[in-house]
Design a protein around this ligand. Structure first.
Ligand code: ZN
Length: 247
């Protein structure tokens, strides 16, 4: 059975339990930072743990901007520019580890407050993402949801895709396959995990749901036997490392 990410988009917060659980999951990954090297590599090539945490923090602020846009009707993009985004991430990454983690946690709290404070009619507003898509603002909650779950794993402090609930894993695969379709990059592959299936391509790949989610999101290229190269997900195809996440 195929699932669709817009099922989530239609779910109005604060009834966004996957996102709320994801923030908790990220918090537990951050809890482990004192035991690891903040300057060590995250699982995203080119980004240290501290750069990744800085990105997750500034992403929350960027998504707050979309909620502000919906609330006020004044166009408020996620980032003023790519350069401004990268500069803000680099500046935050310089914080001492304790301050960096608190910066990330407080950004999460600001986003939660913005979600909970958005008046009902404003949820119908359309906004534009950093990837240039016009979407209902409710999509910002899913965008944050996928960030916190996946980057908690990327932090490399012991969380894995196997720790993510099946419904969230399936929604992540929905998101990836939908993004490929929008870019006309759908690979000639059918994926299956249990009774869930994606795509109609000739190459059939069956895997455990967590392994499959790790594989299609570009985190675990080794997770599925006979793996073909896959298009990127949140990394725009024309933007190589060291900017591994464009959100
Ligand atoms: Zn990201």
């Amino acid at each position: 059975m195929s699932r669709r990410s817009d099922q989530i988009a239609a779910t109005r917060p604060p009834a966004g339990p996957w996102w709320i659980d994801g923030e908790w999951f990220l918090g537990r990954a951050l809890d482990r930072l004192p035991g690891v090297d903040p300057d060590g590599p995250s699982l995203l090539p080119g980004w240290s743990r501290r750069t990744l945490i800085a990105h997750v923090a500034r992403n929350a602020d960027a998504l707050c901007n979309l909620l502000t846009w919906a609330r006020t009707g004044v166009e408020t993009p996620m980032y003023a520019s790519t350069e401004a985004r990268d500069k803000a991430i680099a500046a935050t990454a310089q914080l001492p580890p304790d301050s960096l983690v608190e910066n990330c946690r407080s950004a999460s709290r600001r986003f939660a407050a913005a979600v909970n404070g958005l008046p009902g009619p404003a949820w119908d507003a359309e906004v534009r993402t950093a990837q240039g898509r016009t979407v209902p603002v409710s999509q910002a909650v899913w965008m944050r949801c996928r960030e916190v779950w996946v980057h908690a794993v990327d932090l490399g402090t012991g969380k894995s895709f196997a720790d993510i609930p099946d419904d969230v894993l399936a929604a992540l695969i929905d998101d990836v396959t939908a993004m490929w379709a929008r870019r006309d990059q759908t690979p000639d592959v059918s994926f299956s995990a249990g009774d869930r299936q994606w795509g109609t391509g000739k190459v059939v790949m069956a895997a455990d749901l967590a392994d499959l989610a790790g594989y299609v999101t570009g985190r675990r290229r080794d997770a599925v036997d006979g793996r073909p190269p896959l298009p990127s997900w949140l990394l725009h195809a024309s933007t190589p490392w060291p900017t591994p996440c464009r959100q």
